[in-house]
Design a protein around this ligand. Sequence first.
Ligand SMILES: Nc1ncnc2c1ncn2[C@@H]1O[C@H](COP(=O)(O)OP(=O)(O)OP(=O)(O)O)[C@@H](O)[C@H]1O
Ligand SMILES: [Mg+2]
Length: 253
Amino acid sequence: MTDKLLDIAGLCAGTEDATILHDIDLTLAPGTTHVLMGPNGAGKSTLGHVIMGDPTYRTSAGTISFDGADVTADTADKRSLAGIFLSYQAPVEVPGVPLYSFLRTIAGKRPELKMTSRQFRARVGELAQQLDMDSSYLTRELNVGFSGGEKKKVEMLQLLLLQPKLAILDETDSGLDVDALAVVSRGIEAYRASCDGTLLVITHNTRILERLDVDRTHVMVKGRLVAEGGADLIPKIDREGFEQFEQTGDGDR
Ligand SMILES: Nc1ncnc2c1ncn2[C@@H]1O[C@H](COP(=O)(O)OP(=O)(O)OP(=O)(O)O)[C@@H](O)[C@H]1O
Ligand SMILES: [Mg+2]
């Protein structure tokens, strides 16, 4: 096994019209928890989507290696099967596809999750209960009419079911009430404990981090990673905001 689960070097990426991410270097060792913070519009979600292989974005320079293989040119599907998971800031609604069928389909593509229908039903039921989700949600169309908090729980359900090697959680905590926040935090903790997964947590809210042992904190400003530190950087950002880093982002976007 490599000591770099994710290794991003010199990454520049954006849309057809504009570069959003500039010269990103980021390395995540297996089993570590990283936090990515930065002001609105800094490019945090874009980085998550680019790591996942979202075709909306184009990579113009640099490489992304995952688990020892160069995945820069791989599709999102391939990266997902390799073990990358992105929990969306705004999960999409998929009319016509019941949540349960969706989960069965994504799990069915993974040999390591081979189970009988009965085992699968039991596993999903157990996870729904763990996340304090009524089992009636499983028969509803994926995310259609789900509240913001319920959609986030669906993302957590996928995370716990798939146990990916790398989970990028993009503001999974936003819009959650205190009880839901506790459920989601426990879910993240359970993910870490069950498979020693690696986390990249994108957040504006330090409460979600209270139950996690954060190894590294990264700060993104204007599409660049401008600072890095330990868990102690988080309370400093809470107190002093992002202005302390702004002068280092040269704003040439
Ligand atoms: N598909 C796109 N088309 C055009 N511009 C985009 C696209 N995706 C992102 N951007 C722009 O790139 C910049 C970074 O956006 P991004 O969503 O990555 O920010 P963020 O750091 O996640 O912000 P927030 O904290 O508000 O979620 C923004 O100015 C955004 O408008
Ligand atoms: Mg975002």
